[in-house]
Design a protein around this ligand. Structure first.
Ligand SMILES: [Zn+2]
Length: 305
């Protein structure tokens, strides 16, 4: 009788508390976070969306401190226990890491290799463990493809130090004058994978919309993971679900990791998580894999305990 009573209280609490209280939620890892956006946008402005015309949502944070505060609030609400955080400015990254010790994996954003922190500088940062990843390598935003020799030293460094690499290799990106969709085919990663077989690398938006290319690469190079990040909120939900479902049907459910790519819009973290949770073609195990388990494996968090 007593047991039954306890059980019914538990069920009652369970039903009520999961959506209401952040601490009751199962842990989530956000593999794609930033401090800012790659475009100059006014404070309070909505987030981008595709394809245009489309309805933009959200309110951009006013500055880094505001964005940090808002981002931490959402992380707390959704029980996000780790975030892979990248930015061009290493001192800003340190500020965020200081504000939430152990919560962020900090990693330099690489845009233009000729202006980015040099591989020698990054070697020192890696040796002292002040950074724990490479990228997002976002050089596609200025038309530089993943197989460009200028990126080679960064891949070599990441492989040597066995740290994760995030790369923007897909068909979509911000409307910058030098952005090239053609420089984002996942097939252009092949030389990198062959040259660096131990590289732990993951591709933004799992290469959207280059599905066949991405499946080929993920089958051939099992160390390659993909994230489901901006696509959870920037493109129509139907397009995201279609892409995700086809990756799942291809058997790649253990290689996909949630990321919000929140940039200046922390509310997109909630939209992203909800997009996964509301996908009725995913089993609860597949949802947990995407939101947490796959990232634990990819980041080797169990090993590091
Ligand atoms: Zn990004």
């Amino acid at each position: 009788m007593k047991k039954l009573k306890i059980l019914s209280i538990f069920l009652f609490l369970g039903q009520l508390s999961v959506p209401v209280l952040g601490q009751e939620r199962l842990p989530v890892i956000d593999m794609h976070m930033h401090i800012g956006a790659p475009l100059d946008l006014p404070a309070g402005g909505p987030a981008p969306c595709l394809p245009q015309p489309c309805v933009r949502q959200g309110h951009a944070s006013a500055n880094s401190a505001d964005n940090l505060k808002r981002t931490l609030e959402v992380m707390d609400r959704y029980n996000i226990v780790k975030g892979f955080l990248s930015d061009l400015d290493l001192s800003e990254l340190r500020e965020w890491a200081k504000a939430a010790p152990d919560q962020f994996i900090i990693s330099p954003f690489i845009l233009d290799p000729s202006k980015a922190a040099s591989p020698d500088d990054l070697r020192k940062e890696l040796e002292t463990k002040r950074i724990a990843g490479i990228g997002e390598i976002g050089s596609q935003l200025i038309g530089i493809a993943p197989n460009d020799p200028r990126l080679e030293p960064y891949f070599a460094l990441a492989e040597e130090f066995d740290v994760p690499v995030l790369i923007h290799t897909e068909g979509i990106g911000p409307p910058l004058p030098s952005f090239r969709s053609a420089a984002g085919s996942p097939l252009l990663l092949e030389e990198v994978m062959v040259r660096h077989p131990k590289l732990r690398i993951f591709v933004e938006n799992s290469g959207f919309p280059y599905l066949d290319e991405m499946i080929a690469m993920m089958y051939q190079y099992p160390q390659l993971y993909g994230d489901v990040s901006t696509m959870t909120w920037i493109i129509p939900r139907s397009a995201f679900y279609d892409y995700l479902q086809r990756l799942i049907k291809a058997g790649l459910g253990k290689k996909l990791m949630f990321g919000s790519d929140q940039m200046l819009w922390p509310e997109m973290i909630s939209k992203g998580i909800e997009a996964i949770e509301e996908a009725d073609f995913l089993t609860s195990e597949q949802k947990r894999d995407i939101l947490y388990n796959n990232a634990v494996r990819f980041l080797e968090l169990e090993k590091k305990k």
